[in-house]
Design a protein around this ligand. Structure first.
Ligand code: ATP
Ligand code: MG
Length: 409
């Protein structure tokens, strides 16, 4: 049923090596699910009854990671495979410890268990399938196969309780339902409505990871739409799409652009998306009677970033990038003398120009500044010069066309 040729040889060799030491080992989780759905797995995870220390001893190139959730990473030159020890839920009295907070959120989960126990701590039935590539058999204790055939995301256990334990499961349910084109089971829908607000208790670092998984996987637009239906968008992005039409259009255009880039195998960075998604907040603060107040603009950049930081962390390395894209939106406006040449040479020009096009599309204003820059970039020096002179000859007002007026209304 599963074609082993679609599985990483390295992952299969690890399973064999573990089994040869008389432990159990299976491929598990997303890779089994994806293979059964005809999707190419992103990565291959392994589950075993050997402890992290025992695994560590079998593989030279390996390392134990994590505290909340201990795992072993095994590497070769090209790949990294994650090996997790079977865990049991509660009521166990062996070496590890399951620690919960007042809301029932799991803080630490290192109680070892059996394969069957391990299935119950996984989130959804379709994520709880264990495949042995040697016997080619699948272990299925929660009707995962049935739900794959029925194309539905079903929680393992009561979703109200499971989502309180880990509120990120709400986001995961939405992401998987779009990725696999599966329905979300009704009980899960209720749990998302009831427990979604617990996402407030999740660390901004973990939410940044989820932000990337949900918006940089090629399905950003669909995921955003579903997040909005459930009212979860605010736990990932501080900008309210309902603020006005421009804001909602801009957010959708930016997400759509990200999806398009991924489907064209172009690079994507969370920095660009964050810059785009937060832009409406920045211009709202800088808005003074329909014009950008430069002083406020420059002063508010850090404030807008800080506001978002409270929701999702934004790694330091992206801050300058984001601010560059913002400041370049102002620079792209001025096309006098030597300025356009300088702007064109800026290392972030391309990203800033892409963002300009997105802003124009969102404001329904076309054939203006963006087109001018499209022309300016692709033409030779002679024409570049003439583009600037022509602009200077026309009145200065048209120079400002597609100012910020459309966005600042
Ligand atoms: P993908 O890698 O495509 O995002 P995945 O299912 O592999 O999907 P991972 O986050 O890599 O997702 O997790 C691997 C497996 O670990 C999942 O399939 C699931 O069984 C389990 N798992 C991960 N996160 C959770 C969670 N928050 N709660 C319960 N189980 C989880
Ligand atoms: Mg995975």
């Amino acid at each position: 049923m599963i074609n082993n040729k679609k599985i990483s040889k390295f992952a299969i060799s690890i399973v064999k090596d573990i089994q040869n030491k008389n432990f159990q080992a299976y491929l598990v989780g997303g890779c089994v699910r994806d293979l059964l759905c005809g999707i190419e797995p992103k990565d291959f995870d392994i589950a075993t009854n050997a402890t992290p220390e025992q695994i560590r001893k079998i593989f030279k190139a390996s390392r134990i990671i994590g505290k909340r959730f201990k795992l072993v990473h095994i590497f070769n030159r090209a790949e990294l495979i994650e090996v997790a020890t079977f865990r049991s839920g509660e009521d166990s009295s062996n070496e590890g410890s399951l620690v919960k907070d007042q809301a029932g959120k799991i803080l630490r989960d290192n109680i070892w268990g059996t394969l069957e126990e391990d299935t119950y701590r996984r989130d959804f039935t379709v994520n709880a399938l264990y495949y042995c590539p040697i016997t080619q058999k699948i272990e299925d204790h929660n009707n995962g196969m049935k739900h794959i055939h029925e194309r539905v995301i079903v929680s393992i256990g009561d979703p109200q309780k499971r989502f309180a334990e880990d509120p990120v499961r709400s986001l995961r349910a939405i992401r998987f339902s779009n990725k696999l084109n599966f329905k979300i089971d009704t009980d899960i829908k209720h749990a998302i409505y009831d427990k979604g607000s617990l996402l407030l208790n999740i660390s901004n670092a973990r939410l940044f990871d989820e932000f990337c998984k949900i918006f940089l996987n090629g399905m950003a637009e669909k995921n955003f739409a579903k997040l909005c239906t459930f009212g979860l968008n605010k736990y990932l992005i501080g900008t309210n799409p309902e603020k006005n039409e421009f804001t909602s259009n801009l957010m959708i255009e930016a997400l759509r652009n990200t999806d398009r880039r991924i489907s064209n195998d172009q690079s994507v960075t969370p920095g660009f998306l964050v810059a785009a998604l937060l832009w409406p907040q920045l211009i709202e603060i800088s808005n003074q009677k329909g014009e950008i107040n430069l002083r406020k603009f420059f002063r508010s950049m850090d404030r807008v970033l800080r506001r978002q930081q409270k929701i999702t962390a934004i790694p330091r390395k992206f801050h300058t990038y984001i601010k560059d894209i913002w400041v370049l939106q102002l620079k792209l406006q001025s096309r006098i003398g030597k300025q356009p040449y300088k702007t064109l040479k800026h290392p972030r020009f391309r990203a800033a120009y892409d963002f300009l096009l997105i802003r124009e599309r969102a404001s329904g204003h076309r054939n203006t500044l963006g087109d001018w820059w499209t022309n300016f970039q692709k033409n030779d020096d002679q024409i570049k010069k003439s583009l600037i002179t022509k602009l200077a000859e026309e009145n200065q007002e048209s120079n400002k066309k597609f100012g910020f007026s459309e966005e600042l209304r």
